[in-house]
Design a protein around this ligand. Structure first.
Ligand SMILES: [Fe+2]
Length: 317
């Protein structure tokens, strides 16, 4: 269990422990609004996994559309990660994606790059064979070995550094190092300058640690103070994080939606939805996202290929 962040209160911890015991740890859905496929228009969709043996190629980059998958807390190398990875590949077969974002804890338990085959290459082999590029950030487990430097240097993780930006189609990604030892003295001015210079319709920031969460660790007031004003000033519409081993989508907070996706393979934790919660679940899965210049669709799927959540963000013209 991660201990790099202090728990916000004993009451939260006690309540979550109660939920874990009472509802079945790792299997329950505690959502502010339960997902109803019929209301979402997803009722007609078959589960994602299929026996189709063909490997669809990665989508061609387009200036007006970007499709991508995102996962986090994935690198367990076990059957749970493989089940999620199989569903990610099923999405790719159904409709090719341009890239995959990994929001940290890419290799458990200590970020040891010698375990990359089991935690990355094998589970995502179908996506890798299809030529889909991955782009990662470092989680707290990843910096336990040589401060994560071997992962930064590992080309298939697609990292231009400990922090970097990436413009693809209508989206610009700002990939952060949110670890306790991150160099904010350099990273924060870089983020401010990069956000100010961005012409992308969609500005998406990715970091391992949550800023707003109703999970085990809860809200991070330091991160809110450090990043919130930049997000507001420069119009960051989406922040994607892991670390909390649950799925959460917040209501929009000063223009930003906070998406927690630490459900890629590591053991799950329960959630206690709060006033910021728009949707939440404690199940393994991932998210599929599709951006046009004016809309950003979020589809969260579980490891059986069933929908967890669906939302569309829009840019007002
Ligand atoms: Fe973590």
């Amino acid at each position: 269990m991660d201990r790099d962040r202090a728990l916000p209160s004993l009451n939260r911890r006690q309540l979550l422990a109660l939920l874990a015991g009472g509802l079945g740890f790792g299997a329950s859905v505690v959502a502010a609004k339960a997902f109803t496929p019929a209301a979402s228009g997803l009722a007609q969709r078959a589960p994602l996994a299929s026996a189709a043996p063909l490997v669809a190629q990665a989508a061609s980059p387009s200036p007006t559309k970007l499709r991508w998958l995102a996962t986090a807390d994935s690198g367990s190398g076990d059957r749970k990660q493989q089940a999620v990875a199989d569903q990610m590949a099923a999405v790719q077969r159904r409709q090719p994606v341009d890239l995959v974002i990994m929001a940290g804890d890419n290799i458990y338990n200590d970020g040891d790059i010698s375990k990359v085959d089991g935690a990355f290459t094998r589970p995502y082999s179908a996506l890798l064979q299809a030529g889909v590029p991955f782009h990662a950030v470092l989680g707290n487990h990843d910096i336990r070995t040589a401060n994560g430097d071997p992962q930064v240097a590992y080309r298939p993780f697609g990292m231009a550094g400990r922090w970097y930006n990436l413009r693809r189609g209508p989206v610009e990604f700002f990939m952060l190092d949110t670890n306790m030892n991150a160099n904010w003295g350099q990273q924060l001015p870089w983020l401010r300058t990069s956000l100010a210079a961005s012409k992308a319709p969609w500005k998406v920031v990715v970091g391992h640690h949550p800023i707003y969460s109703a999970g085990f660790y809860g809200n991070d007031s330091v991160a809110q103070g450090r990043l919130g004003p930049l997000f507001k000033k420069y119009g960051v519409q989406l922040y994607i994080n892991g670390h909390e081993h649950d799925y959460e989508r917040t209501k929009m907070i000063e223009g930003t939606t906070y998406l927690t996706i630490g459900i890629g393979g590591a053991s799950l934790r329960p959630i206690l939805a709060n006033g910021n919660t728009a949707a939440s679940a404690s199940v393994h899965g991932f998210v599929e996202l599709e951006a046009s210049p004016t809309s950003l669709k979020i589809n969260a799927w579980d490891r059986q290929g069933k929908p967890i959540d669906q939302a569309t963000l829009a840019i007002k013209s």
